[in-house]
Write a protein that binds this ligand. Sequence first.
Ligand SMILES: [Fe+2]
Length: 422
Amino acid sequence: MKRIIILWMLGVIPACAQNPKIVRGPYLQNFTSTSGVIRWRTDVPTDSRVYYGKELPKNAKSVYDARLTTEHELKLTGLSPNQIYFYSISTPQVVANQYVKTLPKSGSNQAIRVWALGDFGTGSKNQLMVRDAVKNFVKDKPIDAWIWLGDNAYGSGKDIEYQKNVFEVYQEDFFPNTKLWPNPGNHDYKDNPDAKKLAYYQNFTMPMNGEAGGLKSGTEAYYSFNMGNVHFVSVNSEETSADGTSIIDSTGQQAQWLKRDLAANKLPWTIVYFHEPPYSKGSHDTDTDEEMTKVRQQIVPIFDRYHVDLVLAGHSHSYERTWPIRGHVGQNDSFDPNKHVLAKEIKPNHYVVDKSSQGTIYIVAGSGGQLGKSQPSFPLKSSAFSTVALGGSLILDIKDRKLVGQWIGSDGKVHDEFSIQK
Ligand SMILES: [Fe+2]
């Protein structure tokens, strides 16, 4: 008996001595039209099982992994596109009757809703208010893709910060049913000098082999995926690639992949997202910040060349939306609407793209948790709408050839709305 107690104290036999409890998740990763990954964490190592089907418990299938682990990750395969699946995880604590909807087939014209959230994992009152505003806004039309704009967990992207400021904040309302496509910020990269050991990469599963559409990146650091008729590209403004370059080098590994990926895209809509914006007069100034200046000089011409529709970022704790612009690589004072705005505006903030095409709309949406000041020269000369008065986040609705963007403030009101018709 004494020996058993000693082993228990040493943690040698914890799984036998306790009922494992789920302490994180379930959360949804890398979902395509035919497969997807369900992840969760338990307090002690145990095996992993998910039951799933179109009508649980009737005709339930299951996937099982006998390895004892606290980090559970099971892949469902052979799914039908655009189909709601109910699922239960069992470890043996049961989380029953969650659901996930698979993606429509790539190229489908059906409506999709996207939630873009930046700079959020602070544990602040603003974070909760922004969350609750979106929860209320989407109650009749759920989110199909949840994209993060980086600085997900403050202050250093550590696992405990992800737990307290991210997983526990969104678990009840979003994680079990909302397909997540993350992106890291500079705070997420503070966790460890070795990027491979960042909690960000331990916690999330990204498509690195083109399995969700787009071109294989060969790394979880940056990737692309297709949803309906939208091509999404998650660029990484923090990563140093194997060749020693980063996104601020247009000839570097990541930029070369970005160019090939955008060139290969056949879908009518393209949305690129990453953390550090090329245009901002919020808490960061893209005229004085060296990194962001280089993003503008080196990477904006790529967005111009491939006619990217939207570029989303965070980093500045503001909401800033530009006109549709092209060729603006200089400082803010060099912005000339006659030269740089390329848009046909049929009524304020509503654009129609004709044969002459349209510029790219750049949005900073970095007030999902953080709130910040602005520069004395705020807003940008290229700004169509900007505010630092309150926090918020962005909802995008795309159906066929129309895209509508709405910025939902922490007060639950729509403060900015724009649309693009192609
Ligand atoms: Fe940041």
